[in-house]
Design a protein around this ligand. Structure first.
Ligand SMILES: Cc1cc2nc3c(=O)[nH]c(=O)nc-3n(C[C@H](O)[C@H](O)[C@H](O)COP(=O)(O)OP(=O)(O)OC[C@H]3O[C@@H](n4cnc5c(N)ncnc54)[C@H](O)[C@@H]3O)c2cc1C
Ligand SMILES: *[C@@H]1O[C@H](CO)[C@@H](O)[C@H](O)[C@H]1NC(C)=O
Ligand SMILES: *[C@@H]1O[C@H](CO)[C@@H](O)[C@H](O)[C@H]1NC(C)=O
Ligand SMILES: *[C@@H]1O[C@H](CO)[C@@H](O)[C@H](O)[C@H]1NC(C)=O
Length: 532
């Protein structure tokens, strides 16, 4: 039945922006433009007139009829079970969609959105499936769209830009780029997806030289709510371009990212060192000084984590972008003796991101992320660590619990890059930096502990933020890619940015397809599960 779909209806760009989707938008006609005649699909035919009928089984049957069973998996199929276990967290694996759709082209994705609109069947979109938000990229009873068939990465002939599709992990992309001696600004753990990370911000080993992943995107190929495929850049749909640089899944589905390429030597220096509590204070000093000095040498990168595994330990992940093991900017860290484990070595980028998959992985466990931001400050770092360990006492008996609080830095160069090419909606201000970005991450095994562990994390956040507020060091920014479903991320971008994002959504998606028909993840108005 593939002949129902024509490939001709690819919309390139020039669309009257004032009325992006007219009030009398006709989904049936938009499907005809995509080469899909719903009168020829018995179950859909009655919906041409009554387009408010609900029915995910109708939607999934129709997708099967249009695209064939290779691209649509239903619950009885082995491929369906194989798909569900690709999610990182146990909570996302437990969600059962009506069907899993695997579009290979932007036009196929467009047809699926229009069919969701016609049948009122909700959908979710999965890139790497590493969101810790239950329902962030999977949907109970709806259509889960996996982007896995969109998996190309290409380097431009002048090696100045790279195009990559969203069905890949960072490991996939970095391996494809390595032979070209280029890399891009992306994730630090190989199994993480390129889509979610880039749409929420994206912190890379190289961010203190080049900024966040979202600030290195030159253009997006986007499927909109009305099923159009458009090219979004600084010069074309510039309001959408601004919104996509941190706006998450609220504006459409990105089918291609065109980004700046960065020149790369084949190897660099990096790895993890583990210490006991005798070194905590020296590590916090080194963390602060490196964070403050990012302008002097942006090639260094750090993540300082405090965790519990029977005793208190600190782990610092350090990188230097060149294959140099004694860069002067890292001298203070390198002078801290007493590491009980040291993995630092000269390696390739793919090797370093594979190596981090070990400690950062834990695929299949219950997972939760929480985040908050303060000014970079020794006292704030110390207090955050102390509150974390103090509060941990009340939950440390939770089965299989592996908790850690990680400190990163939104350095001055990162904050400055957020203003490039018209800026982004994150609300980060270079005058207020550098900032300490906190991630509280937990893994555990028993769902009976979900509630008290989330309450523990909420408590640590509230106590740490109270200290920061009292000291005049609080920031409202909450990093989307690290936030819990109890956090109102978009409000943290600031009232003006939130209002502008809502206005852009209204303009390109007047019926709120990406807000209501795609209900998962951080919407423009409120925390996914409400604030606690
Ligand atoms: C082990 C681990 C390591 C991490 N390392 C880093 C790191 O180094 N730097 C960093 O900044 N963050 C990091 N993160 C956080 C990471 O950015 C988020 O978990 C992110 O959501 C993962 O993206 P994904 O595509 O795998 O997730 P998914 O769950 O597939 O997607 C997340 C959200 O984005 C939406 N989405 C995905 N692709 C598209 C698209 N093409 N169009 C529209 N919407 C889309 C989805 O619908 C979903 O709502 C890490 C997370 C984990 C679990
Ligand atoms: C949409 O277009 C189809 C085909 O042209 C037509 O049959 C249908 O009545 C239209 N629906 C609405 C709500 O206008
Ligand atoms: C759509 O299919 C119906 C039923 O098969 C047919 O009568 C109609 O002509 C088709 N419309 C178009 C535009 O191809
Ligand atoms: C999209 O826009 C960018 C920036 O204007 C341009 O370089 C690129 O060629 C465009 N892509 C397509 C497919 O039109």
């Amino acid at each position: 039945m593939k002949s129902l779909v024509s490939v001709a209806a690819f919309v390139a760009g020039a669309i009257a922006q004032a009325t992006f989707e007219p009030a009398d938008f006709n989904i049936t006609e938009a499907l005809l433009d995509n080469g899909v005649n719903i009168s020829a699909i018995p179950e859909l035919a009655p919906l041409a007139e009554r387009s408010s009928l609900s029915g995910c089984s109708i939607a999934c049957n129709s997708l099967k009829l249009i695209f064939g069973s290779d691209q649509v998996e239903t619950q009885s199929e082995a491929a369906y079970s194989a798909f569900v276990v690709k999610y990182w967290s146990a909570q996302q694996r437990e969600i059962s969609p009506q069907c899993v759709f695997k579009p290979a082209k932007a036009l196929e994705l467009s047809t699926s959105i229009l069919i969701s609109r016609l049948t009122r069947c909700p959908f979710a979109v999965k890139s790497g499936g590493h969101s810790a938000i239950p329902g962030g990229s999977n949907i109970a009873g709806g259509i889960t769209i996996t982007l896995e068939k969109m998996d190309t990465t290409t380097v431009s002939p002048d090696k100045k830009t790279v195009s990559f599709q969203p069905g890949q992990t960072w490991g996939d992309v970095y391996r494809k780029l390595a032979n070209n001696n280029v890399a891009i600004i992306g994730g630090r753990v190989s199994s993480v997806g390129v889509g979610g990370l880039t749409l929420g911000g994206g912190i890379s080993f190289f961010s203190s030289s080049y900024g966040l992943a979202c600030d290195n995107v030159l253009s997006y190929e986007l499927v909109t709510a009305s099923g159009l495929v458009i090219n979004v850049s600084e010069n074309s749909f510039s309001d959408l371009y601004w919104a996509l640089r941190g706006g998450g899944n609220n504006f459409g589905i990105v089918t291609k990212f065109n980004v700046k390429a960065i020149p790369r030597a084949p190897t660099m220096w990096g790895g993890m060192r583990t210490y006991l509590d005798t070194e905590f204070s020296a590590l916090i000093d080194a963390y602060y000084n490196l964070g403050m000095n990012a302008k002097k040498d942006g090639k260094a990168h750090q993540i300082l984590s405090f965790g519990w595994g029977g005793l208190q330990v600190a782990q610092v992940e350090l990188e230097y972008a060149d294959p140099i093991s004694d860069a002067p900017i890292l001298a203070e860290y390198n002078s801290i003796e007493g590491a009980i484990q040291d993995q630092t070595a000269i390696k390739s980028l793919p090797e370093l991101t594979d190596q981090l998959d070990g400690p950062a992985g834990g695929a299949g466990l219950r997972q939760s992320f929480w985040t908050w931001t303060t000014k970079l400050d020794i006292e704030m770092a110390t207090v955050t660590k102390d509150i974390f360990f103090e509060e941990l006492n009340s939950v440390v008996d939770a089965e299989g619990l592996l908790p850690a609080v990680s400190l990163q830095v939104l350095t001055d160069p990162i904050l400055e890059q957020t203003a490039a090419r018209g800026g982004n909606p994150l609300g980060l201000n270079p005058q207020e930096g550098p900032l300490m970005l906190v991630l509280l991450a937990m893994k555990w095994t028993n769902s009976a502990d979900d509630e008290r562990l989330n309450q523990f994390a909420a408590r640590v956040k509230a106590l740490a933020m109270a200290k920061a507020k009292a000291a005049g060091k609080a920031s409202s920014y909450e990093y989307m890619n690290y936030a819990s479903p109890y956090q109102n991320v978009v409000a943290g971008y600031g009232a003006a940015n939130q209002a502008r994002l809502k206005a852009i959504s209204k303009k390109y998606d007047p019926t709120g397809v990406f807000e209501t028909l795609q209900p998962g993840y951080f919407k423009l108005d409120g925390a996914p599960w409400g604030e606690i």
